[in-house]
Design a protein around this ligand. Structure first.
Ligand code: SF4
Length: 356
């Protein structure tokens, strides 16, 4: 049963130096044609299930003008929503305003996610972002006045122009906003980004680890629950939509470059806007074997604080528990928080043991 849905809006007013997401420069005519095609794609694939989470991501959904946002929400009325649906939209502080927030509110959005990334001037120049504290504070105030009580902010760290004290200032500023959820991303310099083209290199692993430890410590001090390797929330505000990925649940993905996971198939949409606008949505469909399914479950579940249920996947974890790399409790297994930084290595060991 599919209960989750992702919608991709690939348009951005400005391209960030680190970005390797599926995105295009905003162009009014293109957006209108894109929305028409998105409607057709949803109508041709969605089977009427009642959805518990809908996530509008990008790109930058808030780059759409008011009329286009209204049109987008008209299209999304095609979905049946549960009474407790978590309905999220991503926005950038650079192009959000009170009118757009009102449109969100009127159309049932109940969770907002903002790409803040950093508040340090050098960091922002490096990232090609343009955000001011005044704009952020005013926006968060407007959100609260309109009754939004579930807000996420994304933070990027490990920039080559950054040191520990800059990160600490960014964290202190985010805590001062008293929002419900914080997602953190260690900057990875990916191919085909401006950073890569300019031969910028990642910071050392030692400094990256120091920064991760600082984040974990400061989040704890400020009462944020570390529920997934890179995600922190106030009690009861974990992202239901993101948990669907880590729980390995089924989800629809609509729009350019979106991915779906349906009936043991991982489906990826094309990243070519020309193909998408001609109705050629699909790029790739991979059917998973039973072994693949269990491997995905192990990899994704072990990212969470609550780990994996041994009733669902039979694992012999005695050696890893003895080495202190896993904790077994109440028929579940998890990676201890102080080892999350090396979770990839631990997950590989679990997979090796499982496949032996
Ligand atoms: S706003 Fe987001 S999607 Fe757009 S360029 Fe920046 S990082 Fe990429």
């Amino acid at each position: 049963m599919i209960k989750n849905c992702y919608i991709h809006i690939p348009f951005c007013n400005k391209i960030c130096s680190y970005c390797d997401f599926c995105k295009l420069y905003y162009d009014e005519k293109f957006v209108n044609r894109y929305l028409d095609e998105l409607e057709k794609e949803i109508k041709s694939i969605y089977k009427g299930e009642v959805l518990d989470t809908i996530y509008i991501g990008g790109g930058t959904p808030s780059s759409l003008n008011n009329k286009q946002l209204e049109r987008l929400f008209e299209i999304l009325k095609l979905f049946n929503k549960s009474e407790t649906v978590e309905f999220t939209i991503e926005s950038n502080f650079e192009n959000i305003n009170e009118e757009k927030l009102l449109i969100y509110k009127k159309n049932g959005i109940n969770r907002l996610s903002f790409g803040l990334e950093s508040i340090n001037e050098n960091n922002l120049t490096f990232l090609n972002r343009n955000i001011t504290k005044k704009k952020i504070n005013n926006t968060i105030n407007s959100c609260r006045n309109l009754g939004f009580n579930n807000i996420n902010i994304d933070l990027i760290y490990a920039l080559p122009v950054e040191d520990i004290s800059i990160l600490k200032n960014d964290l202190d500023y985010i805590f001062s906003l008293d929002i419900e959820h914080i997602s953190t991303y260690s900057l990875m310099i990916e191919d085909h980004t401006m950073l890569k083209i300019n031969n910028i290199e990642n910071i050392s692993e030692e400094l990256d680890y120091e920064m991760y430890k600082l984040i974990c410590k400061e989040m704890k001090k400020n009462d944020y629950y570390h529920y997934e390797i890179s995600n922190f929330s106030k009690s009861g505000y974990e992202s239901k939509h993101n948990l669907c990925y880590w729980n390995n649940d089924n989800y629809y993905g609509f729009g350019l470059g979106a991915s779906s996971y349906i009936d043991n198939k991982r489906i990826t949409n094309t990243r070519s806007i020309n193909k998408y606008l001609k109705g050629n949505y699909r790029l790739d469909i991979i059917e998973l074997s039973n072994n693949d399914l269990i491997e995905y479950k192990i990899m994704l579940n072990l990212r969470k604080a609550e780990g994996i249920s041994l009733e669902e996947v039979k694992l012999d974890v005695r050696d890893l528990v003895k080495e202190g790399l896993l904790i077994e409790e109440n028929n579940r297994v998890r990676i201890p928080e102080e080892k999350w930084y090396v979770s990839n290595e631990i997950i590989l060991r679990v997979l090796e043991d499982y496949n032996e």
